[in-house]
Unconditional design. Sequence first.
Length: 340
Amino acid sequence: MTHTLRKVLLLVLFSALLAATAVVSVVRASDRVDDREAARPGEPRARSGPMSLKQPGRLLFRNLAWGPGRDMIASVPLTAPTGARTTALQDCLRFHAAAGTGVCLRRAGGVVPRYEALVLDSALRRIRSFDVPGTPTRARVSPSGRLLAWTVFVGGDSYAGGDFSTRTALYDTRSGTYVPSLEDFAVSDGGKRRRAADHNFWGVTFAADDNRFYATLATEGRTHLVEGDLRARELRVLRANVECPSLSPDGTRIAFKKRVAGLPAEAPWRLYVLDLRTGAETALAEQRSVDDQALWYDDRTLLYSLPGDFGGDLWSVPATGGGSPRLLLRSAVSPAVQPS
């Protein structure tokens, strides 16, 4: 072997050794960072593992705990929500599930921000996907798992201001019927047809019959509760100053956020419950402004998110107006309950 060839081989070996050392150092540093991130005081631990949308007695949500499982769908037992959480390999910005069917609104990648709605089966596998024309904000599945709804912002990024536009879509998993926008439905108010260029809809909640639903209509600077008939493709205005309705499991009450006079423009809402039979409204014990579509944990309790140290936390409050708010789960949003 010539002297020159020997020098070349030594140089190659030395370079390879440096590269390997660098890789090991980066991996170890990354592990140390992950360990430190996971050990932050007050932040829950998350570990990937198998998950099912048919497993009873679980609370599902978008995990916001820092680390590899952030933004993934996570699961904890209803009986021990603060315990270790299991995360699936499915990232979502908004999520909901019922009866073994899920809907996931997520970033679709690319240089230009793009989003999609995924229909998920019970094993969280993608069944179908839809491109969505804006930033995800609301998602719901009907109690039977048949109907899905989602809302995106197509202009502006907050319900608090007046300069925004939304698009709400519906999908029937059984028939394959897809409604790209609720703006195609006829709207009636007091028996009269109503149509305006500024109609915006959001916050769908489904009744148990897989036909009737409720949503928010915004027009002329005011919000209204509307009742929808999917087969007839009609919407009927019921009540003013109702946003993000959520129908109770027994179908008799609607939880919603209401604008209250005198509150700051950027934080104007309080949580209420409307009795659909009597029309009576009950103010709930939560005194902070809630910009979320509350979810019925059971017949007596509501779940909702508030800003937290790592993005958002889940809180609960009695639906009767008594009691007090309680922190249920840190670093979590977009809940779905799988009853026992």
